[in-house]
Design a protein around this ligand. Structure first.
Ligand SMILES: C[S@@+](CC[C@H](N)C(=O)[O-])C[C@H]1O[C@@H](n2cnc3c(N)ncnc32)[C@H](O)[C@@H]1O
Length: 253
């Protein structure tokens, strides 16, 4: 793994800003199946804002506010964070959060770095930007919270269980998993909305998934249950906080 140290205050994770990139020989196979939104990086945020009128960000904000554990210097894994807006929100709530930001798209990472120059991270925070997929999370890495915002919808049905298992293994016991995503709709306008989105991103970024994978069922199959849930944009979008099921926990609905 090639590492480019962008800034370093102390020889610890705290205060570090690292950019790491797997060397060619170490790129895990599943990275090649990940959905690189590079071609859409320059317009993704604007388009999402125009179409969903802020609902995507509202859902992420609400889920972060409800789901981040209280410990200040928590270790956070963000998968598929895109152009980096979520980092500002995260640090607004937990200014000392230690973040591993795994994003397959170099163009999205470039935008994240540019954003960080405009909105620098707080003094006690730490960040590693890692180009790769969930497969680049090392087996010994553990996190206090896992964040997958609008990325589970990028997986094919076949690839999703393996990816979720990998992320699940990276959680400290009981660590919350924060999800915001489109609900897998089977009928009505929500289904047509999904169809249009898959068609559009199939065309623009070569997204291999062509329908919403059953992410709620796959998360439930890992023994995770929803302990908080909110819906947005006419229930087309869900924000969910999951962890291991206590007896009275809700099925993901
Ligand atoms: C639909 S965009 C959402 C971006 C961001 N979460 C947001 O809500 O604005 C999905 C992002 O996940 C990245 N991505 C897709 N599959 C990935 C994977 N398996 N591992 C890491 N990143 C992935 C894409 O490059 C893209 O930036």
């Amino acid at each position: 793994m090639r590492r480019l140290l962008i800034g370093c205050a102390k020889p610890s994770f705290t205060g570090l800003f690292l950019f790491t990139m797997p060397s060619d020989s170490s790129i895990p196979t599943s990275t090649t199946h990940a959905a690189d939104f590079g071609p859409a990086a320059w317009f993704y945020d604007t388009l999402a804002g125009l179409i969903f009128g802020g609902a995507l960000r509202r859902s992420q904000r609400a889920t972060l506010a409800a789901g981040l554990p209280p410990n200040p210097a928590l270790r956070v894994l963000v998968l598929g964070g895109g152009a980096g807006w979520v980092l500002s929100e995260l640090w607004r709530l937990r200014p000392q959060a230690q973040v591993l930001y795994v994003e397959v798209s170099e163009a999205m990472l470039a935008r994240t770095r540019a954003r960080l120059r405009r909105h620098p991270m707080p003094a006690g925070a730490a960040l590693e930007l890692r180009q790769g997929s969930e497969a680049s999370v090392r087996p010994d890495e553990r996190f206090d919270v896992i964040i997958t915002f609008f990325v589970l919808d990028c997986f094919t049905q076949a690839a999703l269980p393996g990816a979720l298992a990998r992320l699940h293994a990276a959680r400290h016991p009981g660590a919350p998993w924060l999800v915001t995503d489109f609900w897998p709709a089977r009928r009505g306008w929500r289904r047509w909305l999904l169809r249009a989105m898959y068609w559009f991103f199939g065309f623009t970024v070569g997204l291999r998934a062509w329908q919403m994978p059953p992410w709620p069922a796959e998360l439930a199959a890992l023994g995770l249950r929803s302990r908080w849930e909110q819906h947005f944009f006419g229930r087309a979008i869900a924000g969910i906080i999951l962890n291991e099921a206590p007896a009275e926990a809700n099925e993901i609905s």
